[in-house]
Design a protein around this ligand. Sequence first.
Ligand code: SF4
Length: 397
Amino acid sequence: MRTLASQAGVNDAIVVNTCAVTAQAVRKATQDIRRLRRDNPDARLIVTGCAAQIDPQKFTAMTEVSAVLGNDEKLRLDSWTQLAGDATATGQVGDIMAVKTPAAPQIDGLGTRARAYVQVQNGCDHRCTFCIIPYGRGNSRSVPTVTVVEQIKRLVGRGFNEVVLTGVDMTSWGADLPDTPRLGDLVQAILRRVPDLPRLRISSIDSIEVDAALLEAIATQPRLMPHLHLSLQSGDDMILKRMKRRHLRDDAIAFCEQARSLRPDITFGADLIAGFPTETQAMFENSVRLIEDCGLTWLHVFPYSPRPGTPAARMPQVDGGAIKSRAARLRAAGQNAVTDYLDTQQGTAQSVLMESTDTGRTEHFAEVRFDTTQQRGTVVNVQINGRDGSVLLAAPA
Ligand code: SF4
Protein backbone atom coordinates (compact mmCIF):
# COMPACT_ATOMS: atom_id res chain seq x y z
CA MET A 1 0.00 0.00 0.00
CA ARG A 2 2.83 2.36 0.84
CA THR A 3 4.47 1.72 -2.54
CA LEU A 4 1.23 2.01 -4.51
CA ALA A 5 0.24 5.23 -2.73
CA SER A 6 3.58 6.82 -3.43
CA GLN A 7 3.60 5.60 -7.07
CA ALA A 8 0.18 7.22 -7.53
CA GLY A 9 1.27 10.43 -5.81
CA VAL A 10 -0.77 10.10 -2.62
CA ASN A 11 1.71 11.59 -0.21
CA ASP A 12 1.47 12.41 3.49
CA ALA A 13 -1.73 10.41 3.88
CA ILE A 14 -2.41 8.32 6.95
CA VAL A 15 -3.65 4.81 6.11
CA VAL A 16 -5.39 2.78 8.80
CA ASN A 17 -5.54 -0.93 7.90
CA THR A 18 -8.30 -2.21 10.18
CA CYS A 19 -8.91 -5.70 11.62
CA ALA A 20 -12.37 -7.17 12.24
CA VAL A 21 -11.54 -10.50 13.84
CA THR A 22 -13.03 -9.47 17.20
CA ALA A 23 -15.36 -6.70 18.35
CA GLN A 24 -12.42 -5.32 20.32
CA ALA A 25 -10.29 -5.03 17.17
CA VAL A 26 -12.98 -2.90 15.52
CA ARG A 27 -13.34 -0.75 18.65
CA LYS A 28 -9.59 -0.21 18.69
CA ALA A 29 -9.60 0.80 15.03
CA THR A 30 -12.22 3.51 15.63
CA GLN A 31 -10.30 4.76 18.68
CA ASP A 32 -7.08 4.89 16.65
CA ILE A 33 -8.83 6.82 13.86
CA ARG A 34 -10.13 9.43 16.34
CA ARG A 35 -6.70 9.79 17.96
CA LEU A 36 -4.92 10.06 14.61
CA ARG A 37 -7.35 12.76 13.49
CA ARG A 38 -6.84 14.70 16.75
CA ASP A 39 -3.06 14.54 16.32
CA ASN A 40 -3.15 15.27 12.56
CA PRO A 41 -6.04 17.66 11.94
CA ASP A 42 -5.08 18.39 8.32
CA ALA A 43 -3.97 14.96 7.07
CA ARG A 44 -5.86 12.85 4.58
CA LEU A 45 -7.00 9.83 6.59
CA ILE A 46 -7.74 6.72 4.54
CA VAL A 47 -9.33 3.66 6.17
CA THR A 48 -9.12 0.17 4.70
CA GLY A 49 -8.83 -3.46 5.89
CA CYS A 50 -11.42 -5.99 7.03
CA ALA A 51 -13.51 -3.76 9.31
CA ALA A 52 -13.84 -1.23 6.47
CA GLN A 53 -14.68 -3.97 3.95
CA ILE A 54 -17.36 -5.51 6.17
CA ASP A 55 -19.00 -2.28 7.33
CA PRO A 56 -17.94 0.57 5.02
CA GLN A 57 -20.83 2.82 6.13
CA LYS A 58 -19.54 2.83 9.69
CA PHE A 59 -16.27 4.41 8.58
CA THR A 60 -17.68 6.63 5.82
CA ALA A 61 -19.96 8.13 8.45
CA MET A 62 -17.03 9.07 10.72
CA THR A 63 -16.22 12.75 10.23
CA GLU A 64 -12.56 11.95 10.96
CA VAL A 65 -12.29 9.74 7.84
CA SER A 66 -11.41 11.19 4.41
CA ALA A 67 -11.80 8.02 2.30
CA VAL A 68 -12.54 4.30 2.63
CA LEU A 69 -10.95 1.60 0.43
CA GLY A 70 -11.98 -2.06 0.23
CA ASN A 71 -9.55 -4.94 0.73
CA ASP A 72 -9.19 -5.58 -3.00
CA GLU A 73 -9.11 -1.91 -3.95
CA LYS A 74 -6.32 -1.15 -1.46
CA LEU A 75 -3.88 -3.26 -3.50
CA ARG A 76 -4.78 -1.78 -6.89
CA LEU A 77 -2.85 1.17 -8.29
CA ASP A 78 -5.95 2.68 -9.95
CA SER A 79 -7.66 3.16 -6.56
CA TRP A 80 -4.72 5.20 -5.34
CA THR A 81 -4.49 7.11 -8.64
CA GLN A 82 -8.13 8.07 -8.25
CA LEU A 83 -7.49 9.34 -4.73
CA ALA A 84 -4.44 11.27 -5.97
CA GLY A 85 -6.40 12.96 -8.75
CA ASP A 86 -9.29 14.12 -6.60
CA ALA A 87 -8.70 15.49 -3.12
CA THR A 88 -12.39 15.06 -2.28
CA ALA A 89 -12.63 11.40 -3.45
CA THR A 90 -14.14 9.18 -0.77
CA GLY A 91 -12.74 5.86 -2.07
CA GLN A 92 -14.51 2.68 -3.04
CA VAL A 93 -15.39 -0.68 -1.51
CA GLY A 94 -16.36 -3.39 -4.00
CA ASP A 95 -17.93 -6.83 -3.57
CA ILE A 96 -15.08 -8.91 -2.12
CA MET A 97 -16.99 -12.15 -2.84
CA ALA A 98 -16.66 -11.42 -6.56
CA VAL A 99 -12.84 -11.30 -6.41
CA LYS A 100 -11.38 -14.43 -8.05
CA THR A 101 -7.63 -13.79 -8.10
CA PRO A 102 -5.38 -12.65 -5.28
CA ALA A 103 -3.69 -9.28 -5.56
CA ALA A 104 -0.07 -10.24 -5.05
CA PRO A 105 2.08 -7.16 -5.58
CA GLN A 106 5.80 -7.86 -5.18
CA ILE A 107 7.25 -6.20 -2.10
CA ASP A 108 10.80 -5.41 -1.02
CA GLY A 109 10.28 -5.72 2.72
CA LEU A 110 7.99 -4.77 5.55
CA GLY A 111 9.08 -1.50 7.09
CA THR A 112 11.33 -2.22 10.02
CA ARG A 113 10.46 -5.91 10.44
CA ALA A 114 13.31 -8.40 10.66
CA ARG A 115 11.43 -11.23 8.97
CA ALA A 116 9.40 -10.99 5.78
CA TYR A 117 5.77 -12.10 5.55
CA VAL A 118 4.63 -13.41 2.18
CA GLN A 119 0.92 -13.83 1.63
CA VAL A 120 0.40 -17.00 -0.45
CA GLN A 121 -3.37 -17.28 -0.02
CA ASN A 122 -6.27 -15.02 0.85
CA GLY A 123 -9.94 -15.52 1.69
CA CYS A 124 -11.73 -18.60 3.00
CA ASP A 125 -14.41 -20.96 1.69
CA HIS A 126 -15.26 -22.30 5.15
CA ARG A 127 -17.91 -20.76 7.34
CA CYS A 128 -16.95 -21.40 10.96
CA THR A 129 -19.94 -20.16 12.90
CA PHE A 130 -18.03 -17.58 14.99
CA CYS A 131 -16.00 -16.11 12.16
CA ILE A 132 -16.50 -12.89 10.22
CA ILE A 133 -13.26 -13.14 8.23
CA PRO A 134 -14.67 -14.55 4.94
CA TYR A 135 -16.90 -11.44 4.66
CA GLY A 136 -13.81 -9.24 4.86
CA ARG A 137 -11.51 -11.35 2.71
CA GLY A 138 -13.82 -13.13 0.25
CA ASN A 139 -13.43 -16.63 -1.16
CA SER A 140 -10.21 -18.61 -1.09
CA ARG A 141 -7.66 -17.75 -3.74
CA SER A 142 -4.03 -18.81 -4.07
CA VAL A 143 -0.90 -17.08 -5.30
CA PRO A 144 0.77 -19.34 -7.92
CA THR A 145 4.07 -21.05 -6.97
CA VAL A 146 6.09 -19.11 -9.54
CA THR A 147 4.94 -15.77 -8.09
CA VAL A 148 5.65 -16.87 -4.51
CA VAL A 149 9.13 -18.15 -5.43
CA GLU A 150 9.94 -14.94 -7.31
CA GLN A 151 8.80 -12.86 -4.31
CA ILE A 152 10.91 -14.89 -1.88
CA LYS A 153 14.00 -14.70 -4.11
CA ARG A 154 13.56 -10.94 -4.18
CA LEU A 155 13.33 -10.75 -0.38
CA VAL A 156 16.35 -13.03 0.10
CA GLY A 157 18.21 -10.79 -2.33
CA ARG A 158 17.35 -7.87 -0.04
CA GLY A 159 18.96 -9.67 2.88
CA PHE A 160 15.99 -11.30 4.62
CA ASN A 161 17.00 -14.46 6.49
CA GLU A 162 13.51 -15.62 7.39
CA VAL A 163 10.29 -15.70 5.41
CA VAL A 164 6.91 -16.50 6.91
CA LEU A 165 4.19 -17.80 4.60
CA THR A 166 0.82 -16.34 5.51
CA GLY A 167 -2.78 -16.81 4.46
CA VAL A 168 -6.28 -16.75 5.90
CA ASP A 169 -6.85 -20.48 5.34
CA MET A 170 -3.38 -21.52 4.23
CA THR A 171 -3.99 -25.25 4.08
CA SER A 172 -6.50 -24.66 1.27
CA TRP A 173 -3.68 -23.17 -0.83
CA GLY A 174 -3.64 -24.60 -4.35
CA ALA A 175 -7.26 -25.77 -4.61
CA ASP A 176 -8.00 -23.05 -7.19
CA LEU A 177 -4.75 -23.48 -9.16
CA PRO A 178 -4.15 -25.74 -12.20
CA ASP A 179 -3.33 -29.32 -11.08
CA THR A 180 -4.48 -28.41 -7.53
CA PRO A 181 -1.09 -28.53 -5.79
CA ARG A 182 -1.04 -28.62 -1.96
CA LEU A 183 0.67 -26.41 0.59
CA GLY A 184 3.40 -29.02 1.10
CA ASP A 185 4.23 -28.87 -2.61
CA LEU A 186 4.63 -25.10 -2.32
CA VAL A 187 6.87 -25.41 0.74
CA GLN A 188 9.06 -28.00 -0.98
CA ALA A 189 9.23 -25.89 -4.17
CA ILE A 190 10.35 -22.83 -2.21
CA LEU A 191 13.05 -24.73 -0.33
CA ARG A 192 14.28 -26.31 -3.57
CA ARG A 193 14.19 -23.19 -5.72
CA VAL A 194 15.46 -20.67 -3.16
CA PRO A 195 18.47 -22.50 -1.70
CA ASP A 196 19.81 -19.28 -0.15
CA LEU A 197 16.78 -18.86 2.11
CA PRO A 198 18.00 -19.86 5.59
CA ARG A 199 14.65 -20.05 7.38
CA LEU A 200 11.12 -20.70 6.15
CA ARG A 201 8.24 -20.55 8.60
CA ILE A 202 4.56 -21.20 8.08
CA SER A 203 1.95 -19.27 10.01
CA SER A 204 -1.40 -20.57 11.21
CA ILE A 205 -2.64 -23.82 9.64
CA ASP A 206 -5.67 -26.08 9.92
CA SER A 207 -4.12 -29.35 11.13
CA ILE A 208 -6.87 -31.56 9.67
CA GLU A 209 -5.98 -30.33 6.18
CA VAL A 210 -2.22 -30.88 6.33
CA ASP A 211 -1.06 -32.85 3.27
CA ALA A 212 1.53 -35.61 2.86
CA ALA A 213 4.08 -33.33 1.18
CA LEU A 214 3.96 -30.93 4.13
CA LEU A 215 4.48 -33.81 6.57
CA GLU A 216 7.44 -34.93 4.47
CA ALA A 217 8.87 -31.40 4.58
CA ILE A 218 8.44 -31.30 8.37
CA ALA A 219 10.36 -34.57 8.63
CA THR A 220 13.16 -33.83 6.17
CA GLN A 221 13.72 -30.08 5.75
CA PRO A 222 15.75 -28.43 8.50
CA ARG A 223 15.21 -25.01 6.89
CA LEU A 224 11.47 -25.36 7.57
CA MET A 225 11.21 -24.03 11.12
CA PRO A 226 10.12 -26.60 13.73
CA HIS A 227 7.17 -24.54 14.92
CA LEU A 228 3.55 -24.79 13.78
CA HIS A 229 0.69 -22.56 14.80
CA LEU A 230 -2.57 -24.52 14.77
CA SER A 231 -6.07 -23.20 14.44
CA LEU A 232 -7.64 -25.43 17.11
CA GLN A 233 -10.21 -23.09 18.76
CA SER A 234 -11.57 -25.62 21.30
CA GLY A 235 -10.77 -28.96 22.90
CA ASP A 236 -14.40 -30.06 23.16
CA ASP A 237 -16.07 -32.09 20.41
CA MET A 238 -19.55 -30.62 20.86
CA ILE A 239 -18.22 -27.06 20.73
CA LEU A 240 -16.06 -27.90 17.70
CA LYS A 241 -19.21 -29.16 15.95
CA ARG A 242 -21.14 -26.04 16.90
CA MET A 243 -18.23 -24.01 15.58
CA LYS A 244 -18.47 -25.99 12.32
CA ARG A 245 -14.80 -26.84 12.57
CA ARG A 246 -13.66 -29.81 10.53
CA HIS A 247 -11.66 -31.61 13.22
CA LEU A 248 -12.38 -33.25 16.55
CA ARG A 249 -10.30 -33.19 19.70
CA ASP A 250 -8.66 -36.56 18.93
CA ASP A 251 -7.69 -35.36 15.45
CA ALA A 252 -5.75 -32.46 16.97
CA ILE A 253 -3.98 -34.74 19.43
CA ALA A 254 -3.17 -37.29 16.70
CA PHE A 255 -1.76 -34.57 14.44
CA CYS A 256 0.54 -33.25 17.16
CA GLU A 257 1.75 -36.80 17.90
CA GLN A 258 2.39 -37.44 14.23
CA ALA A 259 4.27 -34.16 13.71
CA ARG A 260 6.33 -34.81 16.84
CA SER A 261 7.20 -38.30 15.67
CA LEU A 262 8.52 -36.76 12.42
CA ARG A 263 10.34 -33.88 14.13
CA PRO A 264 10.80 -34.60 17.85
CA ASP A 265 11.79 -31.02 18.77
CA ILE A 266 8.78 -29.37 17.07
CA THR A 267 6.78 -26.80 19.09
CA PHE A 268 3.15 -25.83 18.62
CA GLY A 269 1.22 -22.65 19.02
CA ALA A 270 -2.57 -22.58 18.88
CA ASP A 271 -5.58 -20.30 18.72
CA LEU A 272 -8.17 -21.08 21.37
CA ILE A 273 -11.51 -19.38 21.97
CA ALA A 274 -12.79 -19.11 25.55
CA GLY A 275 -16.52 -18.96 26.21
CA PHE A 276 -17.96 -19.90 22.81
CA PRO A 277 -21.80 -19.90 23.04
CA THR A 278 -23.20 -22.89 25.01
CA GLU A 279 -19.74 -23.77 26.41
CA THR A 280 -20.22 -25.32 29.85
CA GLN A 281 -17.50 -25.45 32.48
CA ALA A 282 -16.90 -29.14 31.65
CA MET A 283 -16.55 -28.34 27.94
CA PHE A 284 -14.12 -25.55 28.80
CA GLU A 285 -12.02 -27.95 30.88
CA ASN A 286 -11.54 -30.00 27.70
CA SER A 287 -9.88 -26.96 26.13
CA VAL A 288 -7.60 -26.55 29.15
CA ARG A 289 -6.64 -30.24 28.97
CA LEU A 290 -5.91 -29.95 25.26
CA ILE A 291 -2.85 -27.81 26.07
CA GLU A 292 -1.24 -30.77 27.77
CA ASP A 293 -2.68 -33.48 25.53
CA CYS A 294 -1.35 -31.79 22.39
CA GLY A 295 1.77 -30.38 24.04
CA LEU A 296 0.93 -26.80 23.06
CA THR A 297 3.31 -24.01 24.02
CA TRP A 298 2.40 -20.63 22.52
CA LEU A 299 -1.29 -19.81 22.89
CA HIS A 300 -3.36 -17.07 21.32
CA VAL A 301 -6.43 -16.91 23.54
CA PHE A 302 -9.52 -15.11 22.30
CA PRO A 303 -12.35 -14.36 24.71
CA TYR A 304 -15.39 -15.06 22.51
CA SER A 305 -17.11 -11.94 21.22
CA PRO A 306 -20.18 -12.18 18.98
CA ARG A 307 -19.68 -10.90 15.45
CA PRO A 308 -22.93 -9.54 14.02
CA GLY A 309 -24.28 -11.67 11.17
CA THR A 310 -22.54 -14.90 12.20
CA PRO A 311 -24.55 -17.97 13.34
CA ALA A 312 -22.78 -18.12 16.72
CA ALA A 313 -23.99 -14.59 17.54
CA ARG A 314 -27.54 -16.04 17.63
CA MET A 315 -26.65 -19.02 19.87
CA PRO A 316 -27.16 -18.88 23.67
CA GLN A 317 -24.27 -16.77 24.95
CA VAL A 318 -22.00 -17.49 27.91
CA ASP A 319 -21.98 -14.93 30.70
CA GLY A 320 -19.36 -12.20 30.14
CA GLY A 321 -17.70 -12.74 33.52
CA ALA A 322 -17.28 -16.46 32.81
CA ILE A 323 -15.78 -15.71 29.38
CA LYS A 324 -13.28 -13.38 30.99
CA SER A 325 -12.24 -15.78 33.73
CA ARG A 326 -11.98 -18.73 31.30
CA ALA A 327 -9.77 -16.65 29.00
CA ALA A 328 -7.60 -15.69 31.97
CA ARG A 329 -7.28 -19.36 32.96
CA LEU A 330 -6.29 -20.42 29.47
CA ARG A 331 -3.74 -17.63 29.31
CA ALA A 332 -2.28 -18.63 32.66
CA ALA A 333 -2.08 -22.28 31.55
CA GLY A 334 -0.40 -21.08 28.34
CA GLN A 335 2.07 -19.04 30.37
CA ASN A 336 2.99 -22.13 32.41
CA ALA A 337 3.43 -24.14 29.20
CA VAL A 338 5.83 -21.46 27.91
CA THR A 339 7.96 -21.36 31.05
CA ASP A 340 8.02 -25.18 31.28
CA TYR A 341 9.24 -25.31 27.70
CA LEU A 342 11.81 -22.56 28.18
CA ASP A 343 13.24 -24.38 31.17
CA THR A 344 13.96 -27.39 28.94
CA GLN A 345 16.09 -25.10 26.76
CA GLN A 346 18.67 -24.17 29.42
CA GLY A 347 22.22 -24.88 28.30
CA THR A 348 21.22 -25.64 24.70
CA ALA A 349 22.75 -24.16 21.57
CA GLN A 350 20.25 -22.26 19.40
CA SER A 351 20.19 -20.21 16.26
CA VAL A 352 18.35 -16.94 16.72
CA LEU A 353 16.95 -14.49 14.20
CA MET A 354 17.51 -11.00 15.61
CA GLU A 355 14.29 -8.95 15.70
CA SER A 356 15.98 -5.96 17.29
CA THR A 357 19.57 -5.32 18.34
CA ASP A 358 19.16 -7.28 21.56
CA THR A 359 16.14 -9.61 21.11
CA GLY A 360 15.31 -12.38 18.68
CA ARG A 361 13.61 -15.75 18.29
CA THR A 362 14.88 -19.30 18.13
CA GLU A 363 13.84 -21.68 15.36
CA HIS A 364 11.13 -22.91 17.77
CA PHE A 365 9.82 -19.36 18.27
CA ALA A 366 11.13 -18.80 21.80
CA GLU A 367 12.03 -15.19 22.53
CA VAL A 368 15.68 -14.61 23.42
CA ARG A 369 17.41 -11.59 24.96
CA PHE A 370 21.13 -10.74 24.81
CA ASP A 371 23.28 -8.47 26.87
CA THR A 372 25.41 -7.68 23.84
CA THR A 373 24.35 -5.91 20.69
CA GLN A 374 23.71 -7.84 17.48
CA GLN A 375 22.66 -6.73 14.03
CA ARG A 376 18.90 -6.80 13.44
CA GLY A 377 17.82 -9.39 10.86
CA THR A 378 20.93 -11.56 11.22
CA VAL A 379 20.92 -15.17 12.43
CA VAL A 380 23.19 -15.64 15.45
CA ASN A 381 24.33 -18.88 17.08
CA VAL A 382 23.86 -18.66 20.82
CA GLN A 383 24.15 -20.53 24.06
CA ILE A 384 21.08 -20.32 26.33
CA ASN A 385 22.19 -19.47 29.86
CA GLY A 386 19.09 -18.33 31.73
CA ARG A 387 15.44 -17.28 31.69
CA ASP A 388 13.74 -14.06 32.68
CA GLY A 389 9.97 -14.67 32.83
CA SER A 390 8.95 -15.81 29.36
CA VAL A 391 12.21 -14.75 27.69
CA LEU A 392 15.37 -16.83 27.35
CA LEU A 393 18.71 -15.20 28.13
CA ALA A 394 21.63 -15.99 25.85
CA ALA A 395 25.17 -15.17 24.90
CA PRO A 396 26.64 -15.60 21.42
CA ALA A 397 28.24 -19.05 21.12
S1 SF4 B 1 -11.35 -21.51 8.55
FE1 SF4 B 1 -10.54 -19.73 9.68
S2 SF4 B 1 -10.95 -17.92 8.37
FE2 SF4 B 1 -12.21 -19.63 7.58
S3 SF4 B 1 -14.21 -19.34 8.55
FE3 SF4 B 1 -13.03 -20.78 9.85
S4 SF4 B 1 -11.96 -19.50 11.40
FE4 SF4 B 1 -12.72 -18.14 9.74
